[in-house]
Design a protein around this ligand. Structure first.
Ligand code: NAD
Length: 257
């Protein structure tokens, strides 16, 4: 219960890594604010379920993070923010000369700009509380590149850079800012691609995972959302007090290649 009494906002947390991170923070005792751009009964039920499972306060706040004012309003509505996890993200794959402008703008807005807006509103709250943790979910693509992912790679390198700036601006305060750089993580988004790829290549599930999806991940295993969540909990712990302005790769060796 090391995070009891802390409030954590996790952006883009009604599925995948964000949900996994919110659950691990709640397991460690934090009150959590879940978010996405939808506002369904399931979204609110998800938060209520986490609240009762872990005995913490959990609520869902709708905000479309492609819009600056909604990103800022998310943190204002939460009212407190000791832990800010900037996780919301989307992807689009195309060669740069064919990359749709609207997709470029959306990826930069959601994957990068929203973290600027939420951080700008959250930092004064952390200063007032005398403690804070910013955890940005970047990617192996925040450290390396792949073809056809120009906007994603630009946004992820951007968020790694912004993480360093936030760390320097808070260096003498009890606040840290770090980025987690996952390799491939088995989220519903990734899981859904497996059957199509099996058909396309005429391969077994195991071969698709090992030889297509995890081609660049030396461990040949996905990271799990629980492992990303556990890394976030560690960054929020007192043991991580002097860890700031850096990246932690959870990528099965991808960036060691
Ligand atoms: P996901 O699609 O399951 O989750 C993305 C979340 O962002 C969802 O909750 C979605 O609702 C939310 N979101 C999307 N657009 C939004 C908007 N406009 N406003 C608010 N919320 C919005 O995908 P995921 O795999 O869990 O990805 C989460 C983060 O982890 C992303 O930043 C992604 O780049 C990063 N990441 C994922 C992997 C992976 O292999 N899955 C690897 C490295 C980094």
């Amino acid at each position: 219960m090391q995070l009891k009494g802390k409030t954590a906002i996790v952006t883009g947390s009604n599925s995948g890594i964000g949900l996994g991170v919110a659950r691990e923070l709640a397991r460690a005792g934090a009150d959590v604010v879940l978010n996405s751009y939808t506002d369904s009964e399931e979204d609110h039920a998800l938060a209520a379920g986490i609240g009762s499972e872990f005995g913490v306060s959990a609520r869902y706040v709708k905000a479309d993070l492609s819009k600056a004012e909604e990103a800022r309003a998310l943190v204002e509505t939460a009212g407190a923010c000791d832990i800010l996890v900037n996780n919301a993200g989307i992807q689009h794959v195309a060669p740069i000369d064919e990359f749709p402008v609207a997709k470029w703008d959306a990826i930069i807005a959601i994957n990068l700009n929203s973290a600027f807006h939420t951080t700008a509103v959250a930092l004064p709250m952390m200063r007032k509380a005398g403690w804070g943790r910013v955890v940005n979910i970047a990617s192996a693509h925040g450290l390396t590149a792949s073809p056809y992912k120009s906007a994603y790679v630009a946004a992820k390198h951007g968020i790694v850079g912004m993480t360093k700036v936030v760390a320097l601006e808070t260096a003498e305060e009890p606040i840290t800012a770090n980025a987690i750089c996952p390799g491939y993580v088995l989220t519903p988004l990734v899981e859904a691609q497996i059957p199509d790829t099996m058909k396309e290549y005429g391969m077994s599930r195991e071969d698709v995972i090992k030889n297509v999806m995890l081609q660049r991940q030396p461990s040949k295993e996905f990271a799990t959302v629980e492992e990303i969540g556990g890394t976030a909990v560690f960054l929020c712990s007192e043991a991580a007090r002097q860890i700031t302005g850096t990246t932690i790769s959870v990528d099965g060796g991808w960036t060691a290649l």
